[in-house]
Write a protein that binds this ligand. Structure first.
Ligand code: HXC
Length: 514
């Protein structure tokens, strides 16, 4: 037995050495960690249970039969994050550039299948040259097996991807199907075709970073939900995110202890919205005053910044926050904001995370650019997402709620559970100036003093409509509240809604306007 145990130890040490010392040194010299170092930083110490350490590829072409590395370029297994279970795969760039062989794909599929059976999140750490070229179609088949599992797992268990090196070609579609993508700045890249192919096909000269770096995908394409400075921040970010999420769609997110006897009135909230309705303010100041300990994990921070989405806690309950940002484009809804919001709302609804909407929206963005690119198609995604969501849904209208955007932002009519408004709320079909110029066009143009007539009509309109009381009289607003009591109101609302049950009609699946 002793010899056999020694042999086992030797084999395990060999598997743990990946592509060998030189390749590990090269990986470090690029500012990247190894697959195993990454797992250790991500998980609770000593909790990793590895599987398939001895798996080897079965390829014979191009001399591959003479190049065997136990584990075949990916480390897979199960671990705990803040004492809750997760499944993990971590691609090992030191072995064939982390490229995906049939065996490598089988290892990933195995832990995904187990994660589905036991209902736990899957975290993929990607660092790969893509399909293993020597294996040809077998490797492509391996990717397809993963894509299928990503799709079937969507809405069942949370799936999180970190891109920590190259991720190119069709390989990008696995992370793209998952719920959240983290990218590390400068050492990670995602693209369907790299700079060389781009140059050949379109004659554009573009660097790796500009084409598919973390900042590009965080700010321009919206592919990345988080772009962080280094790998350590990435793992902290994933741990933080996991804490807001349930393990699966039947589970609830962990509820944190909360001292309900502490002071819950926040007078600072009374002073944030300026008297001039056209003056901007920072919606994040309100968010930080409403969440427990002021904590807010912003998702898609650099993409479509006119809409803020992210996770926080209110009275210990994990919630998803969707808020217009008056500081950017006056908080208007455009294509990117609608798509960003819709995806976030659907994630929260799929995983039983209650939604809080903080509304200050002048409407949808006008213009040919928006119309021709499909603001109708994309704006309807956000509407659809809020309509179909059955989780607890609370809205606070902070200031503007105009036009279709009033309906869209979780209004009472689309199953908002509690709809509050601050006294500064303006709820109407459109802003006073636009409205008055349409409905009193004749009177104003025929008046001897047009300016005076316009101002008089404006005052009349503002008095009648630019307030929350018309909506409150109809019950579209449950209560008009002093800003300072908002946190208290939200805590009570989310506590009451804890056991809310609401259902959509039976169907195969919906047909969200894609
Ligand atoms: C086999 C690969 C490989 C691959 C890299 N390697 N990519 N082996 N299949 N796809 C190997 C290299 O031969 C090298 O082996 C080692 O990994 C490290 O690669 P380097 O090129 O030395 O590293 P670096 O300079 O950092 O460049 C990394 C890279 C480059 C940018 C990823 O290797 C590259 O462009 N690879 C090909 C990428 C690609 O086109 N893949 C196919 C995409 S299409 P040695 O032994 O020398 O250390 C795709 C289809 C998926 O993936 C389809 C799903 C539908």
């Amino acid at each position: 037995m002793k010899d056999k145990i020694e042999l086992l130890k030797k084999k395990k040490a060999e598997a743990k050495s990946g592509g060998g010392e030189d390749k590990i040194a090269l990986q470090h010299s690029k500012g990247k960690l190894t697959a195993r170092e990454r797992i250790e930083l991500l998980i609770d110490e000593g909790t990793f249970e590895e599987v398939d350490m001895f798996v080897k590829h079965r390829s014979r072409e191009f001399g591959l039969d003479k190049q065997q590395f136990p584990g075949d370029g990916v480390v897979t297994g199960f671990a705990k994050i803040n004492n809750r279970p997760v499944a993990i795969y971590s691609q090992d760039f030191t072995v064939f550039g982390g490229s995906l062989s049939e065996a490598h794909a089988e290892k990933i599929c195995k832990i995904m299948d187990m994660a589905m059976k036991v209902g736990i999140p899957v975290i993929g750490l990607n660092d790969s040259g893509g399909a293993r070229i020597q294996e040809g179609v077998v490797s492509l088949g391996g990717y397809a097996e993963i894509f299928l599992r990503n799709t079937l797992a969507s809405g069942v268990i949370p799936q999180i991807s970190a891109i920590l090196g190259p991720c190119a070609g069709g390989a990008v579609y696995s992370p793209a199907i998952t719920d959240f993508i983290f990218m590390v700045k400068h050492t990670s890249h995602m693209f369907v075709t790299g700079p060389n192919v781009v140059k050949t096909v379109t004659h554009e000269e573009v660097s790796f970073e500009d084409l598919g770096g973390a900042e590009t995908h965080a700010a321009k394409s919206g592919v990345a939900h988080f772009a962080l400075d280094n790998e350590v921040e990435i793992f902290e970010g994933i741990r933080n995110l996991i804490d807001y999420l349930p393990l699966n769609y039947k589970d609830s997110a962990p509820e944190y202890k909360f001292d309900f006897n502490r002071e819950l009135i926040e007078p600072k909230l009374n002073d944030i919205v300026p008297d001039n309705p056209n003056k901007p303010y920072n919606m994040k100041d309100i968010i930080h005053l409403l969440t427990d300990e002021g904590e807010f994990l912003e998702v898609h921070k650099y993409f479509a910044e006119n809409l803020i989405v992210g996770f926080g806690r209110v009275g210990g309950i994990s919630i998803g926050i969707v808020a217009n940002q008056p500081q950017l484009l006056a908080g208007v809804l455009d294509i990117n904001a609608s798509v960003k919001g819709a995806r976030f709302v659907r994630f929260c609804d799929a995983f039983n995370i209650p939604l809080l909407v903080l509304e200050d929206v002048p409407g949808f963005l006008p213009g040919t650019e928006q119309e021709w690119n499909g603001i109708i198609r994309h704006g309807s995604k956000l509407l659809f997402a809020f309509c179909e969501a059955t989780v607890p849904k609370v809205t606070v209208i902070i200031r503007k709620a105009y036009g279709g955007a009033y309906d869209v932002m979780n209004s009472k009519h689309i199953r908002g559970d509690f709809n509050f408004a601050w006294p500064s709320a303006e709820i109407a079909v459109m802003g006073p100036k636009g409205a008055v110029e349409i409905i009193f066009k004749k009177e104003i143009s025929e008046s001897s003093n047009r300016e005076e007539a316009l101002n008089q009509k404006l005052d009349e309109y503002i008095y009648k409509f630019a307030n929350p009381y018309v909506a409150a009289e109809r019950g579209y607003i449950d209560d008009v509240i002093e800003p300072a009591v908002t946190k208290l109101k939200l805590i009570k609302a989310f506590q009451l809604l804890k056991n809310k049950v609401d259902k959509n009609p039976k169907k195969k699946h919906c047909n969200i306007p894609l």
